[in-house]
Design a protein around this ligand. Structure first.
Ligand SMILES: C[S@@+](CC[C@H](N)C(=O)[O-])C[C@H]1O[C@@H](n2cnc3c(N)ncnc32)[C@H](O)[C@@H]1O
Length: 256
């Protein structure tokens, strides 16, 4: 099964946990690990960014999902909020970006059929009403997130991020979303307490994060993946990891 978007064909693939992902012809890559799209999202982003603890902390939560794709990140975030009780008076926001508007519309139709998004210029918004009436404000910006996200932030369209799901396609296929300049923009748009997490363990990505001021940690990856990367703006990069990276001749990534 497949469908055609603005950026070419998408093939629908069932992953091992029975949830779906898409293979993109334009990026020549699948959106998720075939071991399980939902399970991978829970592991890498919901737990990778300490979302359960952030929910119980009582503070504002504003998530940036780097690439809307099928909206698995949004589904997992909403499901996690639904597991908690007594959340009245809390503010939950989810912000994302998507290059391919047709893909976004396909994902909403297939994965969130109960919700109607309102379009205003390049921005789709919707308030999901979760269990016990908790509102989750959802905003998805269509176009190149390198431009749309910083520009919407400067216009105060959302709060600073407390969690970043760094879930672009791989650095080889989607290099613009792994550069020092992108990570620097992300740090500017985040709270001091932010958690950023990604499936990538690439040396050049880790060096780019560090060059942009992030403190990083290597963690066990999802499924068969040996390692992934978690980043914060406070604390220090683990000294052994910093020394290993310093020894590698690989350079950080920059915008071209
Ligand atoms: C790996 S998928 C994300 C999967 C998604 N987080 C989910 O849970 O379903 C990456 C997405 O980022 C989008 N993308 C890639 N480059 C982009 C850019 N510069 N701006 C906005 N979206 C981009 C792709 O079209 C793709 O849908």
């Amino acid at each position: 099964m497949e469908f055609k978007g603005k950026l070419g064909l998408y093939k629908i693939i069932e992953t091992e946990d029975k949830t779906k992902t898409l293979w993109s012809e334009y990026f020549a890559e699948a959106c998720h690990n075939l071991s399980g799209a939902y399970e991978e999202t829970l592991y890498n982003y919901i737990h990778g960014c300490n979302i359960p603890e952030q929910i119980t902390s009582g503070n504002i939560i504003c998530v940036l999902d780097v690439g809307f794709g099928l909206g698995v990140g949004l589904k997992a975030f909403a499901d996690e909020i639904n597991k908690h009780e007594n959340l009245s008076d809390r503010t939950f926001s989810y912000v994302s970006m998507e290059l391919d508007e047709d893909l976004f519309l396909w994902s909403v139709k297939n994965n969130f059929p109960e919700y109607t998004f309102i379009k205003n210029e390049n921005v789709y918004t919707c308030t999901f009403i979760l269990n016990a009436g908790i509102p989750l404000s959802v905003m998805v910006l269509i176009g190149d997130g390198r431009i749309t996200i910083p520009s919407a932030f400067k216009q105060n369209n959302f709060s600073p991020f407390t969690a970043i799901f760094q879930d672009a396609f791989s650095p080889k296929k989607n290099p613009a979303l792994w550069t020092t300049e992108w990570f620097s923009d992300l740090s500017f748009m985040s709270t001091e307490e932010v958690y950023m997490s990604t499936y990538s363990a690439s040396v050049s990505v880790r060096k780019s994060m560090i060059a942009a001021g992030w403190k990083i940690e290597s963690a066990k990856g999802f499924g068969q993946k040996r390692t992934m990367t978690k980043a914060r703006l406070i604390g220090e990069t683990n000294s052994t990891l910093a020394a290993d990276l310093a020894r590698s001749p690989t350079l950080e990534l920059h915008d071209i």
